[in-house]
Design a protein around this ligand. Structure first.
Ligand code: NAP
Length: 489
């Protein structure tokens, strides 16, 4: 099969209607929304464009299946997840190609995301059978105290376009393990991966109605009534801080349990005693994973002045050598940005920094005449007031500034309203520990440019949100604690 025929076949296999009650259905008004290939700007597929009534039907299914689903044996729920992990692993090549087509990231990165996404199912299949409570005697001896865990109940999951599978499995895995039913709303730009996942979960044995997937071109007006409906019990959101704040306000009406995985502005610290080669390797990973379109992307490089020259030269040379192109071509390392406005925003941030006095070490410009490509870019001497130091860049741009002392590094690193992740490179254990204690973020990477791990609690503080995904903490977001007082005879 030619590569374009294979691309078509992979797209054509995806159910593109609303996923309701285990079947794929057109939107009630027959509307569709178009999904584009960001490497060409051309349409790739059409999916159903849900109305308010459609998403309320999805909620109705989550509500009507909640009690029976919560009553299933933990082992049954675990085995659904385990089979889904195996199916995803067996179909990794097709899932990766589909993701690259709708989102743009290079195939190698899509393969990595499929493996990472599937690992959440394996991890939470192991957690499902370990949900436990507590038994104790009250201090005065008069009562027995029993605590038990119950599923929170019907949950709405809203996910972003940048990690179309993993941001879903990080929520679906623990919800299935805990016994919650769910309505999933993926981003309008990348819905195909989620529809493919819904079919896999059904094949893995997830009962119909436990999970619905809806897509809409009007997420604000279509989702709000669902969020305000008293039957919904939880909202979990991954996306921008601005939208997250709106959703927290809406969720206050029913006092929903809420988890928020929001934006970041990660500092990347290179201390005077760092191994500069290791720091450059880490910097390429922390910056270029997903073309910089990651909440965890290193957004500000803070480098000790004694190693700034060596680090900047090393990073510029590695960034200049990266191959930019359509993600479906083997060997491509940098795909397009997701759409034209994202690329324009990156270009504007770079221009602002350059106008303020930043020096371009490499890149700083769009690439090609088709699709939304932007060159891997390194800027030195970036002025402190440049907007790209305070805003999420969400593109392949590394701005470098310097510091003189550890206190100055910590002050600059923490000087942001965000608090998702920080990276620090040092050969000193005591410096590493001091930084781990003083950096004001939910996660810290020491001598490593990627922190994401299904076995670890992912999440932020301040405007990066609250709640944790993954690790032993991840399932707690989907569980309530019930206490039963028992009077012994
Ligand atoms: P976004 O614009 O906030 O969208 C995220 C999701 O929310 C999409 O499904 C979107 O649907 C939906 N949405 C937008 N407005 C809504 C509204 N008024 N009501 C209900 N749903 C609404 O974010 P994005 O541009 O897709 O993603 C990038 C952001 O996500 C970045 O800020 C990044 O840092 C953050 N992120 C955070 C994490 C983390 O774990 N902390 C992980 C990945 C990404 P539409 O597609 O219809 O717009």
């Amino acid at each position: 099969m030619s590569s374009s025929a294979r691309e078509r076949a992979v797209v054509d296999e995806v159910p593109t209607g609303l996923w309701l009650g285990g079947t794929t259905q057109p939107a009630s008004g027959g509307a569709v929304l178009v999904v584009d290939d960001p490497s060409t700007g051309e349409p790739l597929a059409e999916v159903a464009d849900a109305s308010r009534e459609d998403v309320m039907d999805a909620l109705g299914m989550a509500v009507s299946t909640q009690e029976a689903w919560a009553a299933t044996a933990p082992r049954t729920r675990a085995e659904v997840l385990r089979r889904a992990f195996e199916l995803m692993t067996a179909r990794a090549e097709d899932l990766a190609l589909l993701m690259t087509l709708e989102m743009g990231k290079p195939l190698a990165e899509s393969r990595g995301e499929v493996a990472y996404a599937a690992e959440f199912f394996r991890w939470f299949s192991e957690e499902a059978v370990r949900i436990a409570g507590r038994w104790s005697t009250s201090p005065d001896g008069a009562t027995r105290l029993m605590t038990m865990k119950r599923p929170v109940g019907p949950t709405l999951m809203i996910t972003p376009w940048n990690f179309p599978l993993a941001m879903g499995t990080r929520k679906i895995g623990p919800a299935v393990a805990a016994g919650c039913t769910m309505v999933v709303k993926p981003a309008a730009q990348t819905p195909l991966s989620m529809y493919a996942l819904a079919a896999i979960l059904q094949e893995a044995g997830l009962p119909d109605g436990v999970l619905s997937v809806v897509t809409t071109s009007s997420s604000g007006s279509v989702m709000e009534p669902l969020i305000r409906d008293p039957r919904l019990r939880k909202l979990t959101f991954t996306g921008s801080t601005a939208v997250g704040k709106k959703l927290v306000e809406q969720s206050a009406e029913q006092l929903l349990r809420v988890s928020m995985e929001l934006g970041g502005n990660a500092p990347f610290l290179v201390m005077a005693d760092a191994d500069v080669d290791v720091a450059v390797d880490g910097a390429v990973l922390a910056k270029m994973r997903n073309m910089g379109e990651a909440c965890t992307a290193a957004n500000r490089f803070l480098v000790h002045e004694s190693v700034a020259g060596e680090f900047s030269r090393g990073l510029a040379s590695r960034m200049a050598g990266l191959r930019v192109g359509r993600g479906t071509e083997e060997g491509v390392q940098v795909g397009p940005l997701v759409d034209e406005s994202s690329r324009d925003k990156v270009a504007e941030l770079v221009q602002g920094a350059v106008d303020g006095g930043a020096r371009v070490l490499t890149g700083a410009g769009a690439v090609g005449s088709r699709g939304w490509f932007y060159a891997p870019t390194v800027l030195a001497d970036v002025p402190e007031e440049a907007a790209l130091l305070s805003e999420e860049i969400f593109g392949p741009v590394a701005p470098i500034t310097t510091f003189g002392t550890l206190d100055e590094a910590v002050r600059k690193a923490n000087d942001t309203e965000y608090g998702l992740v920080a990276y620090a490179f040092t050969e000193s254990l005591s410096t590493a520990l001091e930084l781990a204690e003083r950096l004001d973020t939910g996660m810290v990477g020491i001598n490593q440019g990627v922190v994401s791990n299904p076995a670890a609690p992912f999440g932020g503080v301040k405007h990066s949100g609250f709640g944790r995904e993954g690790g032993t903490e991840g399932i707690e977001e989907y569980l309530e604690t019930r206490y039963v007082g028992i009077k012994p005879r």
